[in-house]
Structures are given as C-alpha cells and as structure tokens.
Ligand binder design. Structure first.
Ligand code: 1HE
Length: 268
C-alpha cells in the first residue's frame, strides 16, 4: 500500500523543479518538469544535488520518479548550444557531483521508470540503487544522433549494468530497448504493469528501510568499489567492511534475535 506522502518542509520545499514528499522513513522525490518531459536543466541538476545532500536524518530510503508521461528526456538540449570547452567540462562535473550524491549518499534510492528514460535520464536512473520499470518504459542513448557523448556518469555506470557491448550498440545505432529488453539486459531489476511502479518501489523501499543502516551503506559504498578493485584488494576491503558491519550493536542484536527464535527465517 502506498502511504500518504506529505509535502517536505524547509529547504526541500524550496526546490520548484522537484516535489518532495515524506512518509515516515521514506522520501519520495519527483521530477516536476513534465511540460519539458523532465529534461534536466542546470537548475534541475542543482536542485537534485541539493535535495540528496539535505535529506532529513530520519529518512532511510528514497523513491525517485518523474511526473507526466515520461521519467526523463535527458539533458535540456536548449541550454547546450553556446557552451565552450571549459564550461562543458564543468557542466559535466556538476552532473557527476549530483549523481554521486545519489549513488554514494547515506540511503538507498529506488527509481520508478516509465515512458522515456533517455540520455541523461538513463544516467540518472543508473545512479540509483534499484530500478523498477513500468511496461511503458523505453531506454535510449540518443547522444550519438545529437553529436554528443554521455556526460552524466553514463560511461562509468551504464556498462556496469548492461556491459560495454550493449551500451556501445545503443549509442552507435540509436537502438532503443523496451521495458522487457531493458530488464533482461540489467537496466531494471523489476518489471511491473503500467501505474504499478510506485507501489512496487514503496514496498521495496520499506524493506530496505528496515535493514541495518550500515548494511545498506556497505552495499552502496563497498560493493561498487570492490567491483573496481583487483580480487586481492577486493577481498581485503570485503574483510574490513564485514568486520565493521558485524561489530555494530544493531548487527549483534539481529543475530541474537535469530538465535533466540525471534528473528525472521529466510523463506521463499
Ligand atoms: C526538451 C527535451 C530535452 C523534450 N531538452 N527540451 N535527450 C533527447 O535527445 C530526447 C529529446 N526528447 C524527445 O525525444 C521527446 O521530447 C520525448 C520522446 C522525450 C517526448 O516526446 P513528446 O512528444 O512527449 O514531447 P515533445 O513534444 O517532444 O516535448 C515537449 C516539450 O519538451 C517540448 O518543448 P515545447 O516548448 O515545444 O513544448 C520539447 O522541446 C521539450 N523537450 N525533451 C529540452 N531533452 C549530461 S549529458 C546527457 C546527454 C543527453 O541527455 S543527450 C539526450 C537528450
């Protein structure tokens, strides 16, 4: 069941290109630029950054979605025209900072996808920790057709979801993946019917919010770094992270609960 999200207060209420709602430990961040298909302007990228570094301390998981017919049409092409090289680098770095705040923030973020998830919209989705795709979703990287390259972290993140070969194909040929194809290729982890994405994402977010925060943190921060390391370094990082996680009072209590028959069993 989808809880009643009440409008956020303070700074999070002062970001007009977003609509931020709160329900207990969950925050719902909605791209609020449907008339431009949620195209990501400089203002929108700045507001996303601001929102994700200012989540209230009681938030333990975030659901991110887009208002209107499409999740996100990518970079706002109308702002691109007259940028010089230095401005281009800084612009891309601004996106990196905002999307790093999502991927390497404090809490997991679940994206609800529908309609177009293209260009920078797919880069945004790839910065989230889980993706739920409704059946109308389609994925594209039209940068090749527009004379551009990805600049929002896509070249680093998207191959980690689907592989370099599939991403190259999308960029070189303009191939578009349907929701089902995207799910099969690793762009989404859950496939649901139209209009069912938010309920699914909320159900997942509630589950994540019930995990020990340090376990979520380890998955978000250690897993992608270990994937970047050699096996030897990765195994050492894993040992350190495991020892930190299992030494917390919360982990000890959860283990005790299981041993005393109070904790949940793993069931199908
Ligand atoms: C936009 C944008 C945009 C829509 N920048 N204004 N992204 C793209 O190449 C995708 C471009 N967009 C589209 O292909 C289509 O707009 C959609 C398939 C997403 C939606 O189509 P539709 O028929 O629902 O809407 P529309 O009529 O095309 O657009 C409605 C309005 O949104 C219209 O403005 P209006 O003032 O004429 O009403 C469009 O101009 C505007 N709009 N998309 C600016 N992207 C960090 S690097 C990342 C590099 C990239 O992301 S490249 C991929 C860019």
């Amino acid at each position: 069941m989808i809880p009643e999200f009440s409008p956020a207060s303070g700074l999070l209420a002062q970001l007009p290109l977003l609509r931020v709602g709160m329900a207990g430990a969950l925050a719902h961040v909605r791209l609020n630029r449907a008339e431009k298909r949620n195209a990501i302007s400089d203002d929108l990228i700045a507001q996303l950054h601001t929102a994700f570094v200012n989540l209230p301390p009681d938030v333990r998981a975030v659901v991110l979605s887009g208002d209107g017919e499409h999740f996100c049409a990518g970079l706002d092409l109308s702002e691109l025209v007259e940028r010089d090289v230095a401005e281009g680098v800084l612009h891309s770095r601004m996106w990196h900072a905002a999307f790093d705040a999502i991927q390497f923030g404090r809490v997991p973020v679940i994206a609800v996808l529908h309609g177009a998830v293209v260009g920078g919209g797919l880069e945004l989705a790839a910065a989230c920790h889980l993706r739920v795709a409704e059946s109308s979703t389609y994925f594209g990287l039209p940068e090749g057709q527009r004379g551009l390259f990805v600049g929002g972290g896509g070249s680093a993140r998207i191959p980690r979801l689907m592989g370099v070969a599939r991403m190259s194909d999308m960029m070189l040929t303009g191939r578009v993946y349907s929701a089902e194809e995207g799910e099969r290729a690793g762009l989404a982890q859950y496939l649901v019917g139209e209009g069912e994405g938010l309920a699914k994402a909320v159900e997942l977010a509630q589950r994540l919010a019930g995990n020990a925060p340090l376990s979520n943190f380890a998955v978000m921060h250690a897993l992608p770094r270990i994937a970047d390391q050699s096996q030897s370094e990765g195994l050492f990082t894993e040992s350190l992270m495991a020892a930190v996680a299992e030494s917390t009072p919360e982990a000890k209590e959860r283990l005790r609960a299981f041993l005393e028959k109070r904790g949940p069993k793993v069931t199908r």
